[in-house]
Design a protein around this ligand. Structure first.
Ligand code: ZN
Length: 646
């Protein structure tokens, strides 16, 4: 358990912009910062960070929160894990309360797996440098490959002993649980024995963007053809192969420094070799062929990717596939092929650092020249092949969403292939049009059922109800201190009252309570502030120690909703809702009460039915009275609603 004082310290220390900047490349936009959302797939940035409010919000997928919730969502951590993560980062000592049995149980599986992976990484590092076998086999292998000690330590390389269960034995002896050794894939357990997954291999830990060890790649040093050259950790709760980009943790800052340019290579060795030559903005998809998710991860820091692959057939094929995927995600792509049979690692080892850099600079080509060079010789005298080459390149150009970029590429292509620009434009348009048609068809399909249901079905009632509660809370938090004029029905006089006071009166005088527990918590906290004559300060809610309160508050107070949805729907002239608070509040409460009254009406109707059946005349009489009353209330509310809508 972390005590509340420490929690507050952590929350105060976490500066949201610099924190998020470690994961997302942000640009200043007025008072806010803007970047590509790390939580959904997007090409134009809609992820906003507000340093003054200390919150983030994505207008694409709706994800929002404060510094703690960002780390929770991004690193897939629980609330206490996220707090510990931030405490470590900002050097805040955590005063741990005595751990109870529940606390220990609350240490989630994920956290335990992270702990085991980190311990394993340290163990393998230690074995590499401090055991005879590690030094004579592992370390000498790395040194042979030209790695110096600094880079070995930086990438946390390690060694796993030949003895088949050395690691597992060590781990069990040191109290690491079988369960997590198994779920991380580090060990196998059979009925009477256990063994290591990675025995007799050099180890490449795979780090998350935040630097946490999530898995391992391991290379065998044996020449036995039956042994797989590389083994990887299996997919697990903490390791998602298709999402992790090897080297991104080390490369991210350099990518930003190098004008958002990133080199993409194939293996672990390539990354480390280039890193040593001084090219530090380098990553690899390692373990899988490049995925869309990986490109998205890279795109968070980079706008330009240069592919550095082996010049053999497999390398060329992989490059062609990568080109279209990268273009589709809105990045620029260039290609460097190394001489056949060479990869960046072997080239760097043979020719040294400056020659390698020179080679890359000289041979970097855009994707059109790359494709053209690849196929042109073959296609030069064959009109059919030539036509299909042109179509192929045009297809890639059509993927690009940016019109300016697209026309530049068309010019380039026209020059290289000696085809009229207008012909190329026509082709691109044709491809794009057919794409748009197919998207439209899909959208049409999705929109069908919605159009067929003009009124909300019963099952949506609860959600509808919830939306009234949320709207009231939103107004309470954003405008709680604003003063409005209301007419007091009894005395016919104008009263000045704060929005918060108005909301509290409306709810309390009718004996109404929010159904949603978190909404209720927020309301009670606001009420307490008002009763103590304290203003409603939004930070008290968005940075509340209760993560549920802070999350809901952030969601409700993000600026997209500065205009009430009510006004947007009605198509009224767009006025700041601050100027129409009175009307908005009235409208919300009428809707809210209507909803409650209707629910009440349904209950009373059911009761009448039951009482009639059971012939309980006395109670039936009083229930019929209730029914009359509620009908009257419903009528009044409907009339009021009509008035407000005018
Ligand atoms: Zn998003």
């Amino acid at each position: 358990m972390i005590d509340q004082v420490t929690v507050q310290k952590i929350i105060d220390a976490a500066e949201i912009t610099s924190l998020i900047q470690e994961f997302v490349s942000l640009k200043r936009r007025g008072a806010n910062y803007l970047g590509l959302c790390p939580f959904h797939n997007e090409k134009t940035p809609s992820f906003t960070v507000s340093p003054s409010k200390g919150i983030f919000k994505c207008f694409g997928c709706g994800k929002a929160g404060n510094a703690v919730s960002f780390i929770m969502a991004h690193e897939q951590l629980s609330y206490p894990e996220a707090l510990r993560y931030l405490a470590k980062k900002y050097n805040i000592h955590i005063e741990e309360k005595e751990l109870t049995v529940e606390d220990i149980r609350a240490n989630t599986e994920r956290e335990s797996m992270n702990i085991v992976n980190e311990a394993a990484c340290k163990y393998f590092e230690n074995t590499l440098f401090n055991s005879d076998e590690g030094i004579s086999i592992g370390l000498s292998y790395f040194k042979e490959r030209g790695f110096n000690e600094q880079v070995i330590k930086e990438f946390r390389l390690g060694y796993s002993l030949e003895q088949k269960n050395a690691f597992t034995e060590w781990a069990l002896k040191n109290g690491y649980k079988k369960e997590f050794l198994e779920s991380t894939g580090l060990s196998f357990f059979k009925e009477n024995y256990y063994f290591d997954r990675f025995a007799a291999r050099v180890m490449f830990p795979i780090l998350s963007i935040a630097g946490q060890v999530v898995g391992f790649g391991a290379r065998t040093l044996s020449n036995d053809k039956k042994t797989a050259k590389y083994l990887n950790s299996p997919e697990s709760l903490v390791y998602n192969k298709s999402k992790v980009v090897y080297g991104l943790f080390h490369a991210k800052n350099e990518i930003i420094k190098q004008n958002k340019k990133c080199y993409l290579v194939e293996g672990y060795m390539d990354v480390i070799s280039l890193f040593m030559t001084g090219i530090k903005n380098v990553v690899s998809s390692s373990g899988t062929s490049l995925t869309e998710d990986q490109i998205r991860q890279i795109h968070r820091f980079a706008d330009d990717i240069t592919i550095l692959y082996d010049g053999d057939l497999a390398g060329i094929k992989a490059s062609l596939r990568a080109i279209d995927m990268i273009l589709e995600q809105g990045l620029n792509v260039r290609i460097v092929l190394f001489p056949e049979g060479e990869d960046p690692d072997s080239y760097a080892k043979k020719h040294g650092s400056s020659k390698t850099i020179e080679y890359i600079e000289k041979n970097e080509t855009d994707f059109i020249s790359f494709k053209a060079n690849l196929l042109f010789d073959e296609a030069k005298n064959d009109p059919i092949k030539r036509a299909s080459l042109i179509t192929d390149i045009v297809r890639s150009i059509a993927i690009i969403n940016d019109n300016i970029k697209q026309s530049i590429y068309i010019q380039e292509c026209s020059k290289i292939l000696d085809v009229d620009q207008s012909v190329l434009y026509a082709e691109v348009l044709k491809i794009r049009r057919s794409k748009i048609e197919s998207i439209k068809k899909q959208e049409y399909r999705y929109s069908q059922p919605v159009k067929l249901t003009p009124s909300l079905p019963d099952s949506f009632e609860g959600i509808y109800f919830e939306s009234q509660e949320k709207e009231i809370i939103r107004l309470l938090l954003l405008y709680g201190n604003n003063i409005i004029d209301i007419k007091d029905g009894a005395t016919e006089t104008e009263l000045e009252i704060s929005v918060a006071q108005f909301i509290i009166n409306e709810l309390r005088s009718e004996g109404l309570e929010f159904k949603n527990v978190i909404n209720k918590k927020i309301f009670l906290f606001a009420e307490e502030l008002i009763n103590n004559d304290e203003p409603i300060k939004i930070e008290l809610f968005t940075h509340n120690l209760d993560p549920e309160i802070s999350q809901v508050s952030v969601n409700l107070c993000s600026s997209k909703y500065e205009l009430s949805p009510i006004w947007e729907k009605r198509g009224s002239p767009i006025l700041k809702e601050e100027k129409r608070l009175q009307e908005i509040l009235e409208d919300v409460f009428i809707k809210y009460k209507l909803k409650i009254a209707k629910e009440f009406e349904t209950n009373v109707k059911n009761k009448i039915k039951l009482l009639t059946e059971s012939k309980n005349d006395e109670e039936l009489q009083s229930t019929l009275e209730d029914f009359k009353k509620i009908k009257g209330i419903l009528k009044d509310l409907s009339n009021m609603q009509g008035r407000v809508i005018l």
